[in-house]
Write a protein that binds this ligand. Sequence first.
Ligand SMILES: Nc1ncnc2c1ncn2[C@@H]1O[C@H](COP(=O)(O)OP(=O)(O)OP(=O)(O)O)[C@@H](O)[C@H]1O
Length: 352
Amino acid sequence: MRTPQVTDPPGAATAGLDNVIEVGGLRQAYGDFEAVRGVSFSVPRGELFALLGTNGAGKTTTVEVLEGFRAATGGTVRVLGLDPVGQRRQLRPRVGIMLQEGGFIGDLTVAETVGLWKGLSEDAGRPVTLSGTTEPPAGSGLLGRFWGVDRQTMGALELAGLERKARTKVRQLSGGQRRRLDLALAVISRPEVLFLDEPTTGMDPEARRATWKVIEDLRVGGTTVLLTTHYLEEAERLADRLAIMHEGLIHLHGTVEEVVAGAGDRVSFRLPGITWSFDDLPRLDGAAPVLTYGGATEVAYTLTVGRPETRAHEAVRHLLAWADVRGESLERLAVRRGTLEDAFMRVAGEVE
Ligand SMILES: Nc1ncnc2c1ncn2[C@@H]1O[C@H](COP(=O)(O)OP(=O)(O)OP(=O)(O)O)[C@@H](O)[C@H]1O
């Protein structure tokens, strides 16, 4: 089992800035089982922070504590400087929540659902827009009047791409359209902080991209966003910073660049035949070769030791020197940058 990275908690570098979310040493137990075992991070105003992790890592549990749905067993949690459980009434109107599974009433129409939700919101007076201005998106007035739906509701539906479904019953929506309705409800009160728990699960690629655009626009408008996702591409595209969780702990964190740099470049080549054993292969500092046999022997190293800027260069020089001495040629010699998926697999694999 790899020791978790012992560094400053994510966001420590921004301490002192206007942190909208602060989590310090969070622990959360379900009976005897500790699902979150000491998680710390902070999210400054206007930033999008993504929580990634293996199944059961504790992402939803962490987010549920921040949303005020459960009191932490240990540690401290603040959202907009407030205690999500103890000061829930003050906090609730300023926060938008998109749960993993929204509980809808199937017989209501989409517009009725938004209207009902709007009525429940304590801060329903302001129209929803992307940029934080007070005008609803162009066109919502016309279509809204046609459907008999007010501007605020129409604004939320347009934002989620559901304006043509205003009169459709919720049970007739597809899975992806329900997720979009979830999003409309989460942003109806123009929240300062938005919690998005796997927002694009079940969406087709086009709807996913449209949702990413909505999230990006909200962030540009100043909304602070905490996102959980299993789609690494989603995190890569949207996140200012991210953390990868496994078994209740954060194991890697930073900007996408920083996390990917930790994943290490990959150097690979092919040797003819299938007679090679580990003893015959060149040694590289800190990188054990991985062998794959086909018609030839594929050899791959993941480089994690040395300066990231030059370690691939040094590894290749070493490999070529080795090949020269042996009179071999390294077929298909290739270097590729580490990816977020490599970093994720390292956390998921090595920790076990
Ligand atoms: N209400 C509960 N009672 C008991 N155990 C729970 C409860 N909710 C979650 N757990 C357990 O806590 C752990 C963390 O669950 P959580 O849902 O937070 O993980 P996650 O990272 O969101 O997972 P996934 O990516 O699969 O959605 C899991 O082992 C889960 O089985």
